[in-house]
Ligand binder design. Structure first.
Ligand code: PEP
Ligand code: MN
Length: 334
């Protein structure tokens, strides 16, 4: 249930209303927007009389929310959420970031070389997988703790905040210094992992599952938010369809739909969506044009020899070209 308060409602009156609502055993969530303050109710609201609340002096309107996602719902929080990363990067509310880096961390020299190059091209965040979810157990699985150590070292050298993927709750202590934790497509519905990430105070980038719909993505975000961590960045990375010329099918309509349904920022990953370096630029431009709050792009200094996802990785020079094109698109649609 959403209770929109009248403009200029006194704080004492608002707090009084909240205390009364909480006496019914529901949780409350206050969103102070530029134009209106909204109180969201979470839990069983069946015992709450909407007519009684509508009649209160300070209440503008009362709406029951039909969607199963509450904290992620734009009705709960009409303004865009801006997810701030270490005072260095921000996603949402008009703030846009390029995240770039290799699929997997291979060596310190490799990551440093790529980081310095993409930073020059305007990337605000560095990506790199230390724990890799691979289809085959015989493929490179990542450098694990050493991979995270390398990312932290490169952060120290460049100042770029870092994002890396978690695959197991047991690894959480290793991610303490990491700026943003990525939940990959394969773990989007690992609910126990999501619940644990809800207890920490760190931004989470949540990728859409290979065969999950938009509602399921929002419900997974809700798992994290329900635990108290509201710093969630959604990521569209393509879904599996009957198409075989691309690795996945990039669902750009998800950007528009998610922006309508939710206040959370939405990032697009054109690398995993297409699986081919030559399609990354057009899809990155399209994502920027339709309002994505950021892009995550795989960049490798030597794509043919990459230990993971070489075919979809851009060279630093190609990334520079994409970054320029994306800036032009953003300026054109602003
Ligand atoms: C990745 O970002 O390297 C990755 C494994 O992506 P996804 O979970 O989208 O497949
Ligand atoms: Mn990858």
């Amino acid at each position: 249930m959403i209770i929109a308060l009248k403009k200029n409602t006194r704080k004492e009156d608002r707090d009084h209303l909240i205390a009364w609502l909480e006496s019914y055993g529901v949780g409350t969530h206050v969103s102070e927007g530029e134009y209106q303050t909204v109180v969201g109710l979470i839990g069983d609201t069946t015992r709450i009389d909407t007519d009684l609340i509508s009649g209160l002096e300070i209440v503008d309107s009362v709406t029951r929310i039909s969607e199963p996602f509450k904290k992620a719902n734009r009705k709960f929080h009409p303004d865009d959420t801006v997810v701030q990363v270490a005072d260095k990067a921000a996603f949402g509310g008009g703030q846009f970031e390029l995240i770039a880096g290799p699929c997997s961390v291979e060596s310190e020299q490799q990551v440093l070389t790529i980081a310095e190059a993409v930073q020059k091209s305007g990337a605000g965040m560095l990506r790199g997988g230390a724990f890799k979810p691979r289809t085959s157990p015989y493929d490179f699985q990542g450098l694990h703790e050493e991979g995270i150590r390398i990312l932290l070292e490169v952060r120290k050298r460049t100042g770029m905040p870092i994002i890396t993927e978690i695959m197991d709750i047991a690894h959480l202590p290793l991610f303490e210094e990491v700026d943003v934790i990525q939940v990959g497509a394969r773990n989007m519905q690992n609910f126990e992992l999501l619940k644990e990430l809800g207890k920490i105070d760190k931004p989470i980038l949540l990728k859409r599952g290979l065969a999950n719909n938009i509602k399921e993505l929002l419900m997974s975000a809700e798992y994290i938010m329900a635990g108290g961590n509201e710093q969630v960045i959604l990521c569209e990375r393509g879904v599996r369809t009957f198409e075989t010329y691309t690795r996945n099918t990039l669902d750009l309509s998800a950007v528009a739909v998610l922006h309508e349904l939710s206040h959370l920022p939405v990032v697009v990953d054109p690398s995993h969506a297409t699986g081919a370096a030559r399609y990354v630029k057009p899809m990155a431009m399209a994502a920027a044009a339709c309002g994505a709050d950021g892009l995550m792009i795989e960049v490798h200094n030597d794509p043919p020899h990459a230990l993971c996802d070489g075919p979809q990785s851009l060279t630093p020079e190609q990334f520079d070209d994409v970054a320029k094109a994306v800036r032009k698109v953003r300026a054109a649609v602003a």
